[in-house]
Design a protein around this ligand. Structure first.
Ligand SMILES: Cc1cc2nc3c(=O)[nH]c(=O)nc-3n(C[C@H](O)[C@H](O)[C@H](O)COP(=O)(O)OP(=O)(O)OC[C@H]3O[C@@H](n4cnc5c(N)ncnc54)[C@H](O)[C@@H]3O)c2cc1C
Length: 416
């Protein structure tokens, strides 16, 4: 291991890889330290017989401004630009067109209030219509989008995301995780299974302790999730308490994916979608046969994903199959088999899905993104303003932190 690099990057997710790519032609020595046995972090494509399945990020959100689209094109990785089937309810099962319209309009009125007449206390639930009929639907959507229900959500933070993002959501048939891990630049030595356990800034260089030895870097880019930053796995100088406090105010929500394998005669048509029960905040969003693969992808958020974390994956699969059987008929039970599921909530080096600001705490993103002593630079999805909670936001945060580190070291910015 290079023990005295110019720059050490902690974490090899989308942000760490973004930083490493930006630094690749800088002429500085850079090392990338990752606790897991793989790169990618919350970007993870699992290769199955049914096809490559993303357990973490899957959608190239705001695709027209998403840097991963250009990277995919450069590397010859196909990008699927078809519109998402999310808005569809296959054959109107359990959710009629009139109900979809009413629920959609109530959701739009809520997001309009968040943006244009936000509650004084910044609590997104206070903008719900108390006489509304689709609160359960809005809570389910909030779970999918934010990982929490509206009570735990800052109106200002949500509106910043809503305003920054577009409706262009593209995909990668070979997997978003495949793209992100393949984008690790060859120039930066990558050390997997190397968790940083302590950060010491008492000397002229930043000292990082790992089980494989110590590293003394001139500058360090930290890309850890907010739950890891706020937790106890790494020992930090106490001067960093304000950063950890900011991380506490930007906790990760709950989101999980379950994949069901389809076999035998079945009613499932490729590239279709149903929401399980549009009145239940716990419900799943079911993307049926994405890319034609013989799977149903169940997306859980908020209450549904918390239940999966608490009750366990088998119970979550039972719930998902039950929701599909209620819509498509009991016979589908015999053609659906649990294939694979995520468990981000229990992944020790990540600890959840993606960050949301608690009510009144949207400003914590700026606090978290500040450099410390011009030697420690913070990246990761939670440090972004409009693109937080996404893989492209994470990438852009890594590039921003890399620029800050280069400036601090007087190395200017490479053209990349
Ligand atoms: C279920 C789910 C679905 C999602 N869907 C989408 C989507 O469709 N589109 C989208 O854009 N985004 C999506 N996201 C969000 C996206 O995946 C993340 O925002 C993004 O990948 C975060 O990247 P990051 O680099 O900031 O953090 P991470 O990926 O968490 O990277 C941090 C890395 O640091 C490592 N680490 C932790 N502790 C240590 C330590 N002590 N020492 C060294 N390394 C350490 C971790 O193992 C990890 O690899 C989804 C996320 C989830 C969970």
């Amino acid at each position: 291991m290079t023990s005295e690099p110019d720059i050490a990057i902690i974490g090899a997710g989308a942000a760490g890889i973004g930083a490493a790519r930006h630094l690749a032609d800088s002429g500085l020595s850079v090392v990338l330290l990752e606790a897991l046995d793989r790169a990618g972090g919350r970007a993870f494509t699992h290769i199955t017989q049914a096809g490559p399945l993303d357990l973490g990020c899957g959608w190239l959100h705001t695709a027209e401004r998403n840097p991963w689209v250009g990277i995919a094109e450069q590397t010859g990785m196909p990008v699927d630009r078809r519109p998402s089937a999310w808005g569809m309810q296959y054959k109107d099962l359990g959710f009629s067109p009139a109900e979809r319209q009413a629920a959609g309009e109530e959701y739009e009125r809520w997001t309009d209030r968040l943006a244009n007449a936000p509650p004084a206390n910044d609590r997104a639930s206070d903008a719900l219509d108390p006489t509304g009929r689709w609160t359960g639907y809005i809570q389910a959507l909030s779970g999918f989008i934010n990982g929490v229900e509206t009570e735990q959500l800052s109106a200002r933070d949500f509106s910043a995301y809503d305003e920054a993002s577009s409706d262009n959501n593209w995909r990668l048939p070979r997997g978003y995780g495949t793209l992100i891990t393949a984008s690790l630049p060859g120039q930066a030595p990558f050390h997997s299974n190397t968790p940083v356990t302590a950060v010491d800034m008492s000397g002229p260089r930043v000292r990082l302790d790992t089980p494989s030895g110590s590293i003394d870097a001139r500058a360090v880019i930290v890309t850890l999730s907010t739950n890891v930053l706020a937790g106890g796995a790494v020992s930090w100088p106490s001067a960093l308490d304000p950063w950890r406090d900011a991380a506490n105010r930007l906790p990760l929500g709950h989101n999980e994916k379950l994949f069901l394998e389809i076999s035998g005669p079945n009613p499932f048509e490729p590239e279709t979608h149903v929401i399980g029960n549009p009145r239940d905040p716990r419900t799943g969003s079911y993307y049926i046969r994405p890319f034609g693969y013989a799977v149903v992808e169940c997306y859980l958020g908020g209450a549904g994903a918390r239940a999966a974390a608490t009750d366990g994956t088998p119970a979550a699969f039972d719930h998902a199959i039950g929701e599909l059987a209620a819509l498509f008929g009991n016979s589908v039970r015999s053609c659906l088999r649990p294939l694979i599921a995520s468990d981000w909530a229990h992944a020790a080096t990540i600890g959840g899905a993606y960050s949301h600001a608690l009510p009144g705490e949207a400003g914590a993103r700026s606090v978290l993104a500040r450099p410390f002593e011009n030697r420690l630079f913070f990246a990761g999805e939670a440090t972004e303003h409009g693109f937080f909670s996404t893989a492209h936001g994470a990438y852009l945060s890594g590039v921003r932190a890399a620029r800050e580190a280069l400036d601090a070291l007087g190395a200017g910015s490479p053209s990349a």
